[in-house]
Design a protein around this ligand. Structure first.
Ligand code: ADP
Ligand code: ASP
Ligand code: MG
Length: 403
């Protein structure tokens, strides 16, 4: 007998028929003798609809109330799934994040899990039942409802798998696994049989939204094997696991695209020690996550500093920079959200020279200008115009023969 966590995303529980199909799969797993913990997302596009509703109602949106609103989506699917399971004779009990003992910090709309108590889930398992947990939510140390950021049900699932010592965490979604690129964008993309935590982490951080970044970090830190697969075909999907040292590593495993970043440039910054530190301290104090940074070599004693940030943090970032102009002695601030980041991820890059050259050649031959570059040992990212992003992804996918 093994313990399995099964997570079902929004499309997988998108309507009554889908919920019954999911219940059938859970019931089969349970009848085969496994202990099952289920995590569900909100049905279909519910979370997006709730966000739009909030926008229509008010421009002042206390983050506590946003969390109260958004957490309701997952409650609907967990209760409906338990009813569908009851119909199949399976004793299932739904739990909100709070009831499941998922304790987070107090950072509304992007809370981090601090601890999982999980006694009620264990009790349900021991009595032979199936706990069904609302994804994406928890309760803060101040006993407020919190949410974990978009895509956060993945994180709920992996965190529960780690806390309960599950043998595997199955992530059921609307594609049949992790592909060499988003299959909706690149029809030739193919499914990977396995991918390492490191590669998956870089993919999730650069726009491969099939798994939330935090969930991959959690899986890696707690060595939880993930199996990403389809709730439509139920075929075997992609295993996300520790790197296998006996296997040859692909030079490039995947190409990802992120359209959610924006670029800010501070011009005419005097070239003196301490000024960049002051600028990025200001951004850090406003909780802005800076990604790529480029500083030109100084001409006549001044330089321009450009950096990228999530689009959602653009207003806060320009405010910080504008507020610091006098102190820095800089001349101006410009921003641009028509940018896209395309990235190549592959563990074999470490040992194969030439990936950067081929990347730049490919973009150049399509007339695509590179505005910023950043790298890690297993990733290359280029910031380009958003309008050229899809062409760039397809061209790179073809150039590295991933199809
Ligand atoms: P869920 O609602 O099940 O959590 P998501 O929409 O969050 O599903 O994630 C699945 C989607 O991720 C797919 O429909 C696909 O378009 C997208 N995606 C982006 N990059 C990849 C990739 N490399 N492999 C597979 N899917 C990807
Ligand atoms: N419902 C939430 C979202 O749409 C969480 C999730 O689906 O993982 O972001
Ligand atoms: Mg998701």
């Amino acid at each position: 007998m093994s313990l399995v966590v099964q997570k079902f995303g929004g499309t997988s529980v998108g309507d009554a028929e889908r919920i019954r199909a999911v219940a059938d799969h859970v019931a089969r797993t349970h009848r085969a003798g496994h202990q099952v913990v289920v995590v569900v997302s909100a049905m279909g596009k519910t979370t997006d609809q709730l966000i739009r509703l909030a926008d229509d109602v008010s421009s002042v949106q206390p983050r506590r109330e946003i969390d109260m609103l958004l957490s309701s989506g997952e409650r609907i699917s967990m209760a409906l799934l338990c009813m569908a399971l009851a119909d199949l004779g399976v004793e299932a009990t739904s739990y909100t994040g709070s009831q499941a003992g998922i304790v987070t910090d107090t950072s509304h709309t992007r809370a981090k899990i601090q601890e999982i108590r999980g006694e009620r889930l264990r009790a349900t398992l021991e009595s032979g039942g199936v706990p069904v947990v609302a994804g994406f939510q928890g309760v803060s140390e101040e006993r407020e409802v919190t949410t974990l950021g978009r895509g956060g049900s993945d994180t709920t699932a992996v965190a529960l798998a780690a806390a309960l010592g599950a043998d595997v965490c199955e992530i059921y979604t609307d594609v049949s696994g992790v592909f060499t690129s988003d299959p909706r964008l690149v029809p030739e993309a193919h499914k990977l049989a396995r991918v390492s935590y490191d590669e998956m982490q870089e993919m999730a951080a650069t726009g491969g939204r099939v798994l939330a970044l935090r969930s991959v970090e959690f899986a890696r830190n707690h060595a939880v094997p993930l199996h990403v697969r389809s709730s439509f075909t139920w075929e075997p999907g992609t295993w996300v696991d520790k790197e296998d040292p006996t296997m040859e590593q692909a030079v490039v495993t995947a190409v990802t695209l992120d359209l959610s970043e924006a670029k800010v440039t501070v011009t005419g910054v005097p070239d003196r020690p301490g000024l960049a530190a002051r600028l990025f301290r200001g951004l850090a104090d406003r909780n802005v996550n800076v990604d790529m940074i480029v500083q030109n070599t100084s001409l006549h004693g001044t330089t321009d500093i450009s950096f990228t940030i999530p689009e959602a943090d653009l207003d806060a970032s320009t405010e910080v920079c504008t507020g610091l102009l006098d102190e820095l002695g800089a001349t101006g601030v410009t921003s641009d959200d028509d940018v896209a980041r395309v990235s190549l991820v592959g563990a074999g890059m470490k040992t194969h020279p030439g990936v950067t050259a081929l990347t730049f050649e490919t973009l150049a031959s399509d007339g695509i200008n590179i505005e910023m570059i950043s790298t890690s040992s297993i990733r290359i990212s280029c910031l380009i115009r958003a309008a050229q992003a899809e062409d760039a992804v397809r061209a790179l996918h073809a150039a590295f023969e991933l199809g």
